[in-house]
Design a protein around this ligand. Structure first.
Ligand code: IPM
Ligand code: MG
Length: 408
C-alpha cells in the first residue's frame, strides 16, 4: 500500500506495538508537514499586515487590461468581450490611456506540460497588468487525462491576493438585489490542495481564518454597503459548529459592524441561509452578504440560479493591487469537441467586462453595457443564443449588443 508515495506494510498484519510505532511515525511526519503549513500561513499574515491601500486607477497614466482566454469555449467568448471593451474604450485606447493586452498560455495543455496551476511566464505577464479579464479554465478531476494541477482560478486569487470575490445577483421582477462578498483566499481553499493522509485511514484537511484576512473582506462589504446606500449586511457562517475559524469570522464581523451604526448587521448559519434564499417572503430583505470562502462558493451558485443560472453571472475578484473579472461557468469542452464554440454564449464574460469597467472608473460605459445586456437578453431579445446553430453565434449577438449600445 502506498501512502504519500511511501510503501508501507498493511497495518492489520502488524502486532499492537508495531501499530503504535507506525502511528507515532505517521504523527511525527504529519506534525512536520503541519508545521510547514503554519509557517507559510504566518508569513502570509505578515504580508497582509504590510499591505497598503487599494490602487487608485485615476492616478495612473495608463491602465493595462490583460485578457486570458482560458480553455474550451473561453477564447471564443473572451474574444467577443474584448470587442465590446475595445468599442467602449475606443477613445482612451487611441489616446494610450488604456491598453488591452492578450495574454497567451493560460491553457490546460500548457499548465499540464509545465505542471503548474499558472505557468510562471504567464503569471509574470499577468502581473504586468492592472486588471485581468479571464475566460473559464479547466480544473482537472480524477480520471481526466491531465496531471492534478491546482485550479487556475484559485491559484490566481492566491497569487494576486484577490481577497474579495464580489458576486451580484439581481432579479428585479422578484425583488432580488443581492451582492455577495465571498472571502476568496482563506477558509477551506487556503490549504485546499495541502491536506494529507496521516495514515491510510485518516485524511485531514485544513481551514484557515486570519484576523487580517477577515477584517479586510468584512470592511469591504460594509464600505460597499455605505457607498451604495445599502442598509443591511448579513454574515453567513457555521460558527455554532466550526467554532474556531467561523467563530473568529463572526466575532470580527460584530466588531466591525459596530463601526457602522447606520447599517443593520445580522448573522445566519449557512444551512438556514440556503433555505431562506428560496423563501419568497424573506429573501427580498437581504442586501449584502459577507461569508467565508466555501459557503460563498456554494450559496452564490444557488443565488445565480434565480437569475437564470451561473452562465448569466459575472464575478469580480478584487485585491488591493490587482483585480480579475471572470465568467463563473465552466469551459464547456464538449461544445468545442462538437465544433459549436462559435455558438457559445458570451454574456457572462461580457458582464464580467462590465464589472471591470466600473471597477477601473469607467462607470458610464459600464452602465451602458449593463443596460444593453438587459435589452438584448431580457426585454427585446431580437437574437437568442441557444448554444447551437438554432440560435445566434456569439459574434452575431455581440454585434447586436454593440448596435444596441450605439442607440442608447
Ligand atoms: C467559482 C468556482 C471555483 C471555485 C472553481 C472553478 C475552482 O466554482 O468560482 O465559484 O470553487 O471557487
Ligand atoms: Mg463556484
Amino acid at each position: 500500500m502506498v501512502i504519500d508515495g511511501v510503501t508501507r506494510p498493511r497495518a492489520e498484519q502488524k502486532s499492537k506495538e508495531d501499530k503504535i510505532m507506525i502511528n507515532m511515525q505517521a504523527i511525527e511526519a504529519a506534525k512536520e508537514k503541519f508545521g510547514k503549513l503554519l509557517e507559510q500561513q504566518l508569513q502570509r499574515v505578515e504580508e497582509m499586515k504590510g499591505q497598503g491601500d487599494f490602487i487608485d486607477y485615476k492616478a495612473l497614466d495608463k491602465i493595462i487590461i490583460g485578457v486570458c482566454g482560458g480553455d474550451g469555449i473561453g477564447p471564443a467568448i473572451t474574444a467577443q468581450a474584448t470587442r465590446v471593451l475595445e468599442y467602449l474604450l475606443d477613445k482612451d485606447i487611441k489616446s494610450g490611456r488604456v491598453e488591452i493586452r492578450t495574454i497567451e498560455g493560460l491553457t490546460i495543455e500548457r499548465r499540464a506540460a509545465e505542471n503548474a496551476a499558472i505557468p510562471p511566464a504567464v503569471l509574470e505577464e499577468i502581473k504586468k497588468c492592472h486588471v485581468i479579464l479571464k475566460g473559464p479554465t479547466t480544473t482537472p478531476r480524477k480520471g481526466d487525462p491531465w496531471p492534478n494541477v491546482e485550479s487556475a482560478n484559485v491559484a490566481m486569487r492566491k497569487e494576486l491576493d484577490l481577497f474579495a470575490n464580489v458576486r451580484p445577483v439581481r432579479v428585479p421582477e422578484l425583488g432580488i438585489d443581492w451582492t455577495f462578498f465571498r472571502e476568496n483566499t482563506e477558509g477551506a481553499y487556503a490549504l485546499g490542495s495541502k491536506g494529507f493522509n496521516v495514515t491510510e485511514d485518516l485524511g485531514i484537511d485544513f481551514t484557515v481564518t486570519t484576523t487580517q484576512g477577515t477584517e479586510r473582506i468584512i470592511r469591504a462589504a460594509f464600505e460597499y454597503a455605505k457607498a451604495n446606500g445599502k442598509t443591511r449586511v448579513t454574515a453567513v457562517t457555521k460558527a455554532n459548529i466550526i467554532k474556531t475559524t467561523d467563530g473568529k469570522f463572526l466575532d470580527i464581523f460584530r466588531e466591525i459592524a459596530a463601526e457602522y451604526p447606520n447599517i443593520t448587521a445580522d448573522d445566519w448559519y449557512i444551512d438556514i441561509m440556503t433555505a431562506k434564499l428560496v423563501d419568497e417572503k424573506r429573501r427580498t430583505e437581504f442586501q449584502v452578504f459577507v461569508l467565508p470562502n466555501l459557503y460563498g462558493d456554494i450559496i452564490t451558485d444557488e443565488a445565480a440560479e434565480f437569475q437564470g443560472g451561473v452562465g448569466t453571472a459575472g464575478s469580480a475578484n478584487i485585491g488591493k493591487r490587482y483585480a480579475m473579472f471572470e465568467a463563473i461557468h465552466g469551459s464547456a469542452p464538449r461544445m468545442v469537441q462538437e465544433g459549436r464554440e462559435k455558438y457559445a454564449d458570451p454574456c457572462s464574460v461580457i458582464r464580467a467586462g462590465a464589472m471591470l469597467l466600473s471597477h477601473i472608473g469607467y462607470t458610464k460605459e459600464a452602465d451602458k453595457l449593463y443596460k444593453a445586456l438587459d435589452i438584448c437578453t431580457v426585454t427585446e431579445r431580437k437574437l437568442v443564443i441557444t448554444g447551437r446553430d438554432t440560435g445566434a453565434t456569439g459574434e452575431e449577438f455581440t454585434n447586436y449588443l454593440m448596435e444596441t449600445i450605439e442607440k442608447l
